[in-house]
Design a protein around this ligand. Structure first.
Ligand code: AVI
Length: 310
């Protein structure tokens, strides 16, 4: 783990784009701060997606065969998973996938307690790489992938296509995939969602420097960096940056780096799709969109996809 963080941080500091993969934002404190972000008034995606699911779960569940196996990417917040399992017709089992074994065990225990008869098979997997499913799965008719939260938007387009393709292979013929995407919209809504007046997203972003100091013995002063959310139009996305307030010298793993005032570390990209563009991307990966639902203001969309014939 440390080796990979070190590799990614050194590579980012040596390269002028200074891009650090956003997965590193999620240490224990980062995950707690992200959870706090999902409750902020300006961060609309979580509550909007929950609203869409609440309104349309009966229609979604009706399109999923009885005794399907639910496979969730990221062991998720029970605020989305519990209502989905409640709505599905005799789900055969639940397979939450997560990179964090601790978080996974907690989420799986909570789900098992809530649905005592449901086989739950937690599975440690990094879905930014190729991954497998457990071998000892309960009998099922077909598989339903679930990837809520618009987390797919944090992947580069090519990586998103690969992940969808990989899931198509893992979930198999006649499978479905239920997925949330954040839609493009005015910067007046997007910027405050990623730069909230409470400063929680700024703390989430700066926590990455605290993590790097702790795990790599680096000497970043987080106060030297200002959080910035930038909106770009093509392709539509928000980028999070940590901008140097002044010239900074930093030491990481025995290497010394000079950053100038205004230079920034790019810590996350959050793609904002339109349904047509995402449908094309999904089709390239073997999925056809069979239904989509949005909120009244078309901020967020939930897509149900069906595996296309090979
Ligand atoms: C996890 N992911 C979908 C969030 C997003 O909106 O891109 C991460 C996040 N970054 C800042 N706020 C939320």
């Amino acid at each position: 783990m440390t080796d990979t963080l070190q590799h990614d941080v050194l590579a980012a500091l040596r390269d002028p784009a200074h891009r650090i993969p956003s997965a590193w934002l999620y240490d224990q404190r980062g995950s707690a701060l992200f959870e706090a972000i999902t409750q902020l008034p300006s961060y609309y995606p979580t509550r909007t997606e929950i609203g869409i699911l609440e309104a349309h779960l009966p229609a979604i569940a009706a399109a999923v065969p009885e005794r399907s196996l639910l496979v969730e990417l990221g062991s998720g917040s029970s605020r989305k998973t519990v209502p989905l399992i409640d709505a599905l017709h005799q789900p055969a089992g639940y397979v939450p996938l997560d990179i964090s074994a601790d978080y996974l065990a907690e989420a799986a225990d909570a789900l098992s307690a809530r649905f005592p008869g449901l086989p739950v098979h937690p599975w440690v997997a990094d879905f930014t790489e190729a991954f497998d499913l457990p071998a000892d799965l309960p009998e099922h008719t077909s598989r339903l992938g679930f990837f809520p939260g618009s987390t797919i938007g944090n992947l580069e387009t090519g990586d998103a296509r690969h992940l969808l393709q990989h899931c198509r292979g893992l979930l198999g013929q006649d499978s479905r995939f239920l997925l949330g995407i954040d839609l493009d919209k005015s910067a007046d809504i997007l910027i405050p969602a990623y730069d909230d007046p409470e400063g929680v997203t700024a703390a989430f972003n700066r926590n990455l420097l605290v993590r790097i100091n702790r795990e790599l013995g680096a000497d970043f002063d987080p106060d030297d960096f200002r959080h910035e959310a930038r909106y770009f139009e093509a392709p539509a996305r928000i980028e999070m940056h940590l901008v140097c307030r002044r010239a900074v010298t930093v030491h990481v793993a025995g290497e010394r780096f000079e950053l100038t005032a205004g230079e920034s570390l790019h810590t996350e990209t959050s793609r904002k799709y339109d349904i047509g563009a995402f449908t094309t991307l999904a089709a390239e990966a073997g999925w056809s969109v069979s239904g989509h639902w949005t909120d009244a203001e078309a901020r967020f969309a939930v897509l149900l996809m069906h595996a296309s014939e090979p």
